[in-house]
Design a protein around this ligand. Sequence first.
Ligand code: SAM
Length: 275
Amino acid sequence: MTDHARRPTGWQLEQNASEAYERYLVPPMFAPWADQLVETSGISDGDRVLDVGCGTGIVARRAAPRVGTSGRVVGLDVNDGMLAVAEETATDSQPQIEWRRGDATDLPLPDEEFDAVCAQQSIQFVDDPTAAVEEIRRVLTPTGILTLSVWRPLEYHPAYAVLAEALERHVGDEAGTMMRSPFPDWNATDVRTLVLDAGFDDVSITVEIGSIRYPSVEAFVRREAASSPLSEPIAAVDRATRDDLLRDVEDEMRQYVDDDGIVSPMESYVVTATR
Ligand SMILES: C[S@@+](CC[C@H](N)C(=O)[O-])C[C@H]1O[C@@H](n2cnc3c(N)ncnc32)[C@H](O)[C@@H]1O
């Protein structure tokens, strides 16, 4: 069989997951949550802000106009692909955002450098979240503020629960685990303990309830697949298996279909803490 014959024709995956993330997931999902996170953080004129696990940089981009040209915004991520898209997307930002490659558990930044640190949906991906929150505390000024968000467990995100189970059935355990990874099994006490153990005081946690919309179940599955490491295991299965996956998700998602496509709740812990 030639390479061409082996390649499924019905469902092409994007080549670049970071570009797909910025195109498909940031506008409907991460941008509205970033607006809310930056509002909650109280970032203002002249502040020095660090966005940890910045991805393609939506929080940093939203913070920049708030700090103005007397402020400073740094976006840090471990993934070069995400940082490349962040840089391309923010060329006109004022002040110019500084993009840094680095690990949240070992921040390549001096002590007490930032008035505010934001971490939107990134801490759950870090191998040692406690070390990351300790590092965040180290780089904050003595009056600095941490604002971080972490999705609630998978059961609070019905569309993703359906997709994770369908991926397990049709693609494999690894794909199911990938889909579950953004939604750690942490309750509010676990999140509070994480932040307190890192040395923060005055920890406040709210549960925020939002939603995600897609024009169709097919768009949901395709876009999620394209925008994450899921693209690899999904690319490895044949076209018939992908079609079965899609049919399965369509069946399970029927109760979330409306005239505009599909809608599913999404819930997040939003944490603020002072150093
Ligand atoms: C779901 S994305 C969120 C990105 C961004 N905060 C947003 O709201 O769009 C999670 C990000 O965390 C980053 N990340 C994972 N582990 C990391 C680590 N140890 N240090 C820094 N960034 C990390 C990933 O590379 C990814 O860009």
